[in-house]
Design a protein. Structure first.
Length: 754
């Protein structure tokens, strides 16, 4: 059967109205609305030339789930009141191989494309135009859509090693990706804390490596554990089932088998592939652990056998081999490793890691596949055909693209969904950082540093969901939604940060979909968020929400209610006080209460300059964070802290006039498992003119540790205008510690002057 497509030629008797957006996410490339409407009811049929096609069955099942209507699928011709789904390449010249067209007219809905994948995308867009309610008849807005994606890698990651999630939830996770036209699922299957994939040649990997004898409780800084045996794994039959399920939804699964680091679960199972011979136990603590694969021939045989079974299960072009956070401590003292360095004429342990990765790449290439790894695989020389996943910022991706290697952008600044997404004070414990919906939406996967030719090596982007602090499917959903919607529009290529409010309106309309699907999602978008700005004699506390007119607040620390002060403009804070605020609709509270204590001193709100800027992951408030009157929570590395990676903090505060001072306070943080170290020293200097500085004191590392990072310096009264505070970064992390060989993080908060 062949269909003549007249609709695309716009030979339809409708009147075009001004273009406006339906609530489709990701936003289509081109969309035009019409004043006509299609009536969807029990008489509607789904007409297709392939009644058994997955896309037809998927449409039927989801319309029934959304509306209760059980539509008939037929190949017989119907003149009207039908949904026509068609794969064709005869009647149209498509701009893009993944292009689809969706036309909704008075009597017909047409979805057509050149292949089943793009047809599926059209079906997903159609489903977003159909209400989620049980009725007999639905009026659907007439529309013409021409659409296709910009990036070929539109991904989401899930770590199942730290916490394990059952097969049925993995399928649900894949459904979530498909709903927003994502096409890549990065499945992190192995790590120090658990091996999650059955390898028949090495049964101990799941008999031993899939189980640990306890887990961390609370945040890493608490260093508390339970003794409950924990684990799980996927059989090869389950993996085949999941891969097939994803394939139907046009999603490629990229498996990750970590090497040479993050290998403790494997070494607990087969200690002979380590440098020391063990014994080991599966990791109970998070972070980076020292025992890694030893690059001896037996180890490569083991890994090649593992990868052979993995590649038999996953038909993906790329196999992810990790390559990140691999300490060199064991290699430095291992005779096998040192002999390998000498025999292969390598410079050091970094080149040994490059040798390791390149040897694995040759094997994977021999099987017709390619490797992709985290940006550490750049160190010591990049394997010839490897792709890079840039997570420590965009620098690694830029370097790889300039070397003509393919890149997936996944920087922690915008793409780590284990970060806080609302006010950290109101959120469950997360890894750190602050990545809300708007920040995700602002991401551009193509760095400005790349030329047009170099930009062609950017495959796309993905977000990562690490699960140290996420142990239930409901919590996974909470961290995923609604940020996945923002990411989907970024990688589809239709996001525009200047139009964020328009996107936000569409996003809020999807909350009803989440409710109907039973998805546990974050409502932080409704939450009252805050921003602090300089003001005379203090700071101005600006509050925002989806509807600022609904904000109520108090300044005495009491809980806000419907009769509290209505927010109209930024609140002047010139003394110590606690402000609480919440969002109300119809006199009912609709958000969590935010609570912000302020500590006002002579430095609060004053001009401050930094010699080195903080890292983009931990610098959202910029230098003003240090004088905004708010103290950060040590257990939540959110936006109230500045993080410097490998750099000193060198700050100069201008009090604006000569002041008499005798006390300076500063807060620093230590969480060595997260590579965060107290500074080596803190120097304080003062000046009357900003040029000639007098040293007040140098606080030593020993004193900082004794005071647990909370430094208070009292001194004789000084009449000064300028104050310089220099916190010296710990530098390179020493051997024997998590992250050994990498730069330390320095976290600093409020500098108070009295």
């Amino acid at each position: 059967m062949k269909y003549k497509i007249l609709t695309l030629l716009l030979l339809i008797s409708v009147i075009s109205v001004a273009q406006e957006n339906l609530n489709i996410i990701p936003k289509p490339k081109k969309i035009t609305n019409y004043i006509v409407k299609f009536s969807l009811n029990s008489k509607t049929v789904i007409q297709t030339n392939n009644v058994e096609s997955f896309e037809a069955q998927f449409l039927k099942e989801n319309i029934k789930r959304q509306t209760g209507l059980d539509l008939k699928i037929t190949s017989e011709y119907h003149s009207k009141n039908k949904i026509l789904i068609l794969v064709t390449n005869d009647d149209l010249m498509f701009v893009n191989k993944d292009e689809y067209h969706l036309v909704i007219n008075k009597d017909i809905i047409e979805v057509f494309a050149s292949n089943s994948k793009s047809l599926f995308y059209g079906v997903q867009s159609l489903l977003q135009t159909i209400p989620n309610e049980m009725k007999d008849n639905y009026e659907i807005q007439g529309v013409s859509i021409i659409d296709y994606p910009k990036f070929q890698w539109r991904g989401m990651h899930l770590d199942v090693s730290r916490h394990f999630f059952p097969k049925d939830f993995i399928k649900k996770y894949i459904d979530y990706l498909a709903m927003y036209k994502m096409n890549t699922f990065h499945w992190h299957l192995t790590d120090d804390q658990g091996w999650r994939i059955e390898i028949k040649k090495y049964p101990k990997l799941t008999e031993v490596g899939a189980w640990r004898n306890g887990s961390m409780i609370g945040h890493y800084t608490d260093q508390t554990f339970d003794n409950i045996r924990y684990g799980g794994f996927y059989t090869q039959e389950e993996i085949k089932e999941i891969v097939a399920y994803a394939k139907e939804r046009h999603i490629t699964i990229i498996p990750e088998i970590e090497m040479p680091g993050h290998a403790l679960a494997a070494l607990a199972s087969y200690p002979e592939f380590s440098c020391t011979g063990g014994p080991f136990e599966v990791g109970k603590t998070w972070g980076v652990l020292e025992d890694v694969f030893c690059p001896k021939d037996e180890t490569f045989t083991f890994l090649e056998n593992v990868l052979t079974e993995v590649m038999a299960l996953f038909p993906s072009e790329y196999i992810h081999i990790g390559g990140d956070e691999s300490p060199k401590v064991r290699w430095k003292s291992c005779p096998h490793c040192q002999k390998r360095i000498k025999d292969e004429n390598l410079k050091d342990e970094h080149e040994l890691q490059s040798y390791f990765i390149q040897r694995i790449e040759k094997f994977v290439n021999s099987k017709g596949r390619k490797i992709i790894g985290w940006d550490e695989i750049l160190e010591g020389g990049l394997a010839p055909n490897a792709a890079v996943m840039s997570w420590r910022g965009t620098e690694g991706g830029i370097a790889a693209a300039k070397q003509k290697h393919f890149v997936v952008m996944s920087p922690g600044s915008h793409c780590y969904f284990d970060h806080y997404q609302g006010e950290p004070k109101n959120e469950p414990i997360a890894f750190g950082g602050y990545t809300n919906v708007e920040k995700v939406y602002s991401f551009n996967p193509i760095p400005k540093e790349l030329s047009a030719e170099e930009s062609k090596y950017i495959l796309g982007a993905q977000a990562n969901l690490w699960t140290e602090y996420i142990n239930t499917p409901e919590h996974v959903e909470y961290m995923l939604f609604p940020r996945i919607a923002a990411l989907s529009e970024v990688v589809w290529g239709t996001s525009n940060p200047k139009d964020y409010k328009e996107f936000e309106k569409r996003l809020i309309s999807h909350f009803e979909i989440y409710d109907k699907k039973g998805i546990n999602y974050s409502k932080a978008i409704f939450e009252v968020t805050s921003k602090v700005q300089p003001a005379e004699n203090g700071v101005a506390f600006e509050l925002k929400s989806a509807n600022p007119n609904g904000i109520k607040y108090t300044t005495d620390g009491s809980e806000p209610n419907a009769n509290s002060i209505s927010y109209e403009k930024p609140i002047l804070v010139a003394k110590n006080q606690t402000i609480k605020a919440a969002y109300f609709e119809n006199n009912k509270v609709k958000s969590a209460t935010i609570e912000q204590p302020f500590f006002i001193t002579k430095s609060t709100g004053k001009k401050i300059e930094l010699v080195h800027q903080p890292h983009e992951n931990y610098g959202i408030g910029g230098s003003f964070t240090l004088v905004d009157g708010m103290k950060g929570n040590p257990s939540k590395f959110g936006r109230d802290w500045l993080g410097f990676w490998g750099k000193d903090m060198n700050a100069t505060i201008d009090l604006g006039k000569t002041e008499t001072i005798s006390k300076i306070s500063i807060n620093t943080l230590s969480s060595e498992g997260s590579w965060i170290y107290y500074p080596k020293s803190i120097g304080i200097l003062v000046s009357k003119d900003g040029e000639n500085y007098i040293p007040i004191t140098i606080v030593t590392s020993k004193e900082i540790k004794e005071k647990k990072g909370k430094i208070v310096v009292n001194f004789d009264m000084q009449n000064v205008q300028f104050i310089k505070v220099i916190a010296e970064n710990n530098g390179i992390i020493a051997d024997g510690n998590p992250g050994a060989g990498s730069n330390s993080w320095l976290f600093v908060d409020e500098i108070s002057v009295e």
